[in-house]
Design a protein around this ligand. Structure first.
Ligand SMILES: Nc1ncnc2c1ncn2[C@@H]1O[C@H](COP(=O)(O)OP(=O)(O)OP(=O)(O)O)[C@@H](O)[C@H]1O
Length: 593
């Protein structure tokens, strides 16, 4: 199996258990937060008892002074506890979210291309930012309430029941109905929140595509089309946000009414009990103070429930990423025999989804040889490269793919890829300096080695002409460099990596003649003494290849050297005449073969 399912414990855990697994390493701060929450609750209830004692001892000055002192101490305890709630919640929530984001980023690096094909990078960024923010905000602002509210509620209820059970039961009798109504009303909040986050992910994806492809957008005057798409996406986001807020507003109005009704009942029935001599004034005062601690938890419960719903929606979107299988990276490194055959495809059949893309493909790339892939667009050339990079899993029974004599399924992917270098038409440069971009071929490379690689890639001269030389920042995706310059930096990177197998997707006519000649020379340097699998677009590369594979609809329909294939007069000859006739004529005119 190329793909394993890591982080199983997190995958199977219910969503909040999964979130708590990230909080667990900071349990010290969580415990401080919980203890501080409990202290605030106890201080509030104790204050009620003291108020009652104060009312009962209005003639005892010493008693009043000692009560005032205790109240002062409780106020200090309450103040410090609130500080620690805020501080500790900020500490554990921000650290837990940092860990979660880090492990999500590292998980994303390990998921196979088949998974990345399912998600847009903008959506993934949205999960990493907005969803993680919702989660952090819950942990920071609402987590302590899960402990504070029940304790203050139970404490206040116990005291009030002891003072006059009839009055408290009569006062709060309506609250279960209020909770049921507001709880029922908050149910769609999770759905709205999930929908809003999904739409936000899609809208972010449009924004990202528009900004990264801004040249094309402007050249094709697509601003209006993309703006309308963005606008439509934001409309959905706003709609869901508005639906959620409308629900909240609906919950607030009856909530206030329902949750303030106990005060009315208390005033009416409490007054009656005093007149009937069944309740003293001190008890009435403590009742009015403590009733708040009954109403507050109950009125906040639906709001908290709604927050939990919203947070669980965000957490589910994050957790979904962790349920994606990852590439196998935990096997020990395989010892490689340098004499072994670098690449061997044996009857490989492959489909991305349903349709068969490669059909029974077999070929061998011998050490220091060149195998060229040619064929019409969509015939499966890039797919062969992608399989060799281990980007997609091969189903059992669909052939064998060996790298240095070991089946792809036995390799640790990171280890296997250390034997491959890739230079593709679509060069990926990172927004860092030229030196750093080249050094990504081999992170430990010295400055001298970087310069030597740049020289071999025909890049040194143009780099030295830049104002900051090797320290020049190349911009997003290398936007500050020309196509040929980007290619040569990518080739320098491959030279520095010095891997025995080179995968090459030759640049086509996107480069001008002078730039193409420089790139071509650089490519010849990087190909030297390496086993090369090349998607060939140049006649000269095809002629130099030890074997040319002609692909048609995922099948190798012809194979041999350029001259063997021409002699056959089949698919290759037709392709040759179509694609290379101009190049052939110019070669002949220049006195070439
Ligand atoms: N990630 C993918 N998911 C689904 N189908 C894909 C994916 N990548 C490629 N395909 C399909 O596989 C087929 C072969 O594509 P491939 O890129 O291998 O062709 P190619 O010969 O390299 O073409 P070109 O010369 O135009 O680059 C095409 O029909 C393409 O639509």
């Amino acid at each position: 199996m190329i793909f394993t399912k890591q982080a199983q414990h997190r995958k199977k855990a219910p969503v909040f258990g999964w979130v708590l697994s990230y909080v667990k390493p900071y349990r010290g701060w969580v415990i401080i937060c919980i203890i501080a929450s409990l202290l605030v609750a106890v201080a509030n209830i104790w204050m009620g008892i003291l108020i009652k004692t104060m009312v009962e001892h209005t003639n005892n000055f010493d008693k009043l002074v000692s009560i005032a002192l205790i109240i002062f101490c409780l106020t200090i305890v309450g103040f410090l506890s609130k500080y620690f709630i805020t501080y500790s919640a900020a500490r554990f929530s921000s650290r837990a979210m940092r860990d979660l984001k880090n492990s999500m980023a590292s998980h994303l690096e390990k998921v196979p291309m088949s998974t990345m094909d399912k998600y847009h990078s903008g959506d993934l960024v949205s999960r990493l930012t907005t969803d993680a923010q919702i989660l952090q905000s819950f942990l920071q602002k609402h987590f302590f309430q899960l402990f504070y509210l029940p304790v203050v509620f139970v404490g206040a209820l116990g005291l009030l029941l002891a003072i006059n059970w009839k009055l408290i039961i009569f006062s709060v009798a309506i609250l279960p109905v209020a909770i049921a109504i507001t709880g029922w009303m908050s149910r769609p909040l999770q759905k709205y929140s999930e929908q809003m986050q999904d739409h936000l992910g899609q809208t972010n994806a449009i924004a990202q595509d528009t900004l990264s492809g801004i040249h094309m957008v402007k050249a094709f005057q697509l601003e209006g089309v993309l703006y309308r798409k963005y606008h439509a996406g934001m409309k959905h986001v706003l709609k869901n946000a508005f639906q959620a807020e409308k629900k909240r507003a609906w919950m607030t109005a009856p909530g206030i009414l329902l949750f303030s009704s106990p005060i009315l009942f208390f005033v009416a029935y409490g007054g009656y009990l005093i007149q009937a001599g069944e309740l003293d004034l001190g008890s009435l005062v403590i009742f009015s103070y403590l009733l708040h601690f009954i109403i507050e938890p109950l009125s906040l419960a639906p709001v908290l429930f709604a927050q939990v719903q919203e947070t669980s929606g965000a957490a589910k979107r994050l957790q979904e990423i962790f349920t994606q299988p990852v590439e196998q990276n935990d096997q020990p490194a395989i010892p490689v025999d340098p004499e072994a055959i670098p690449v061997q495809f044996e009857n490989v059949t492959f489909a991305y989804d349903q349709a068969r893309i490669l059909d029974n493909v077999s070929f061998t790339l011998h050490p220091s040889k060149i195998v060229a892939l040619v064929g019409a667009s969509g015939s499966g050339k890039s797919t062969i490269m992608k399989l060799l990079c281990g980007f997609y899993p091969m189903e059992p029974g669909n052939g064998r793919l060996n790298v240095f004599g070991h089946s792809m399924t036995d390799w640790n992917m990171t280890d296997m890829r250390s034997y491959l270098s890739m230079v593709s038409q679509d060069t990926t440069l990172f927004p860092v300096s030229i030196a750093e971009n080249i050094s990504y071929g081999r992170i430990q490379a010295t400055q001298d080695e970087i310069i030597a690689a740049a020289k071999a890639a025909n890049a040194h001269d143009f780099i030295m002409e830049l104002p900051q030389g090797y320290q020049t920042k190349v911009g997003e995706r290398g936007s500050r460099l020309s196509g040929g310059q980007k290619q040569r930096i990518a080739i320098a990177r491959a030279i520095l990596k010095d891997a025995p197998i080179l995968l090459l997707d030759e640049p086509t006519s996107a480069l001008d003649t002078e730039s193409e000649a420089l790139v071509q020379e650089a490519l010849e340097n990087v190909m030297e003494n390496r086993s090369v699998l090349v998607i060939a677009h140049r006649l000269s590369t095809i002629k130099d290849a030890d074997e040319v594979l002609v692909l048609e609809q995922g099948q190798i329909v012809e194979r041999g050297t350029h001259y063997d294939l021409l002699a056959q007069g089949g698919v290759y000859t037709r392709l040759y005449q179509k694609q290379f006739a101009t190049e052939m004529h110019s070669t002949l005119a220049a006195g070439g073969v």
